[in-house]
Every structure is written in structure tokens, then in C-alpha cells.
Write a protein of this length. Structure first.
Length: 255
């Protein structure tokens, strides 16, 4: 069993006060590995809040380097990190924020050939990417490994988020059939902060078994009107990716 140090007990005591949490739940987080795909706008708040919550191992992947145009939202990085790899920059930040966790930086581009090895033994995938092609690759890996993926996307002052766990939910291709053309899109820096922290809540609920994940629904955020809307999602019975994936009656599904 993984024990907590006195410093960790002190650090996490406010969340351990929550009903059903305590040291046992905190140890679950300490024993968990989370794969964060992308160290940009969404990846920044996602990895930071996973780190401060006490997730024991964060594997963060990004092949790109920060630019000044990233700094309105990519809070893992600062001007001194311009030009170095984002995953390595993230590793520096996260180790500083919480020296009691392990942070692994992966600097290769995620592809269909390497994704399963990159994800490794992670319990959950955090989709913090900015292109649908790589998101599909992550979704396929999550299906093969029978682990969930928390998908999110942002645009301007709007965002969306959902918890995908095939075969209990649709896969990404069920809900987004084709990738739109790539383009440079607008974004307010606070938008990934809103959506990314919601992604972390979903991950922590799954890892701890506390609460109910947002499965089979998409949460839409209209920042201009400060409105949240939940949209029902369904599996596509003809989906080329997940139609053949069936539920194992013996498999446990948290919540």
C-alpha cells in the first residue's frame, strides 16, 4: 500500500475533508497514472490541477515548443521557455508545483504506431489536443486498452467536454464523424481554464470512484452567456471504430 507522508497529509487535507475521501482515496490518486496528450491551452490547467490534487504519476506528451502567441493561455510555460519542448517545460513546472509526484515528459508526436506505448499503463487519457486526427488516434488507443478518455475542445469563449469509455459510451468517431480543415482559431485564455478544470474533475471522479462521470452526454459551455447545456450522446451502431466492441458483463465500471 502506498503511504502518505506528513507533508502530503498537510497538503491534501482540505480535499481529504470531503465526504467519502480521506486517506484511502488520496492514496488511490497517488497510485494512479494519467496520460495527458498535449501541453498547450487545455493541457496546462489539466496537468496543473492533476498535479496539485496529488495524482502520483503524470505522463505528458507534446512534440512542439512554446511561442509568444501561446502565452495568453498555456500557463505551463513562460517567456524563458520559448523554443524548448513543451513537454519538458511542463515537466519543470509540474515538478516545481508538486515535488511529491512523478512527471514523465514525452517529446515525440503521437501517432497510430506509437500511441499505445506512450499511453502505457495509464488509467485514463486526457485529450488536450488541437486537431481531430490525433484525437481519433487517442480514442482508438483508449478503446484497445479499455480505459476512458476525457475529450474537450475550445473555440473563442466556448468549449465542450465529455467522458468517453467504450463500450459504455460512444467513441469519438460516433460523435464527430469527420475532421474539419485545420485552421488557427481564436481563444480567450480563460476558456481552456474553465474546460480543462472540468476535465480534471471528470478524471478524479473516475480514479477515486467518487461521483458520476459525464458519460453519454456532452457538456457545452457558452461563455458569452455563461450557460452550460448538456446534450445526449449515443453510440453509432454502424461506427467503423467501435460497433464491434461489446460490454463484458463481468467488467466493473465505476459509478
Amino acid at each position: 500500500m502506498t503511504n502518505l507522508s506528513d507533508r502530503e497529509r498537510d497538503r491534501y487535507k482540505r480535499q481529504m475533508m470531503m465526504e467519502g475521501w480521506g486517506e484511502d482515496t488520496q492514496r488511490k490518486l497517488k497510485q494512479s497514472t494519467v496520460f495527458v496528450a498535449g501541453a498547450g491551452g487545455l493541457g496546462s490547467p489539466v496537468s496543473i490541477y492533476l498535479a496539485v490534487a496529488g495524482v502520483g504519476r503524470i505522463v505528458i506528451c507534446d512534440f512542439d515548443a512554446p511561442e509568444y502567441s501561446n502565452l495568453n493561455r498555456q500557463i505551463l510555460h513562460d517567456p524563458s521557455r520559448i523554443g524548448i519542448n513543451k513537454a519538458l517545460s511542463a515537466q519543470i513546472t509540474l515538478r516545481t508545483i508538486n515535488p511529491d509526484i512523478e512527471v514523465t515528459a514525452l517529446t515525440n508526436k503521437i501517432t497510430a504506431d506509437n500511441v499505445d506505448e506512450m499511453v502505457g499503463d495509464a488509467a485514463i487519457i486526457m485529450d488536450c489536443m488541437d486537431n481531430l486526427e490525433t484525437r481519433y488516434v487517442l480514442s482508438d488507443s483508449a478503446m484497445r486498452k479499455r480505459i476512458p478518455m476525457v475529450h474537450a475542445a475550445i473555440w473563442g469563449i466556448d468549449g465542450r467536454m465529455t467522458f468517453l469509455h467504450v463500450p459504455h459510451t460512444p467513441c469519438l468517431r460516433c460523435i464527430i464523424q469527420a475532421a474539419p480543415p485545420r485552421e488557427v482559431f481564436p481563444v480567450l485564455g480563460a476558456t481552456p481554464g474553465v474546460i480543462g478544470t472540468l476535465q480534471v474533475v471528470e478524471a478524479i471522479k473516475y480514479l477515486t470512484g467518487i461521483g458520476v462521470p459525464l458519460r453519454n452526454e456532452m457538456l457545452l459551455w457558452d461563455g458569452a452567456c455563461t450557460e452550460f447545456t448538456r446534450v445526449r450522446l449515443r453510440r453509432d451502431p454502424t461506427c467503423s471504430a467501435c460497433a464491434s466492441v461489446t460490454i463484458d458483463a463481468a467488467a466493473a465500471f465505476p459509478c
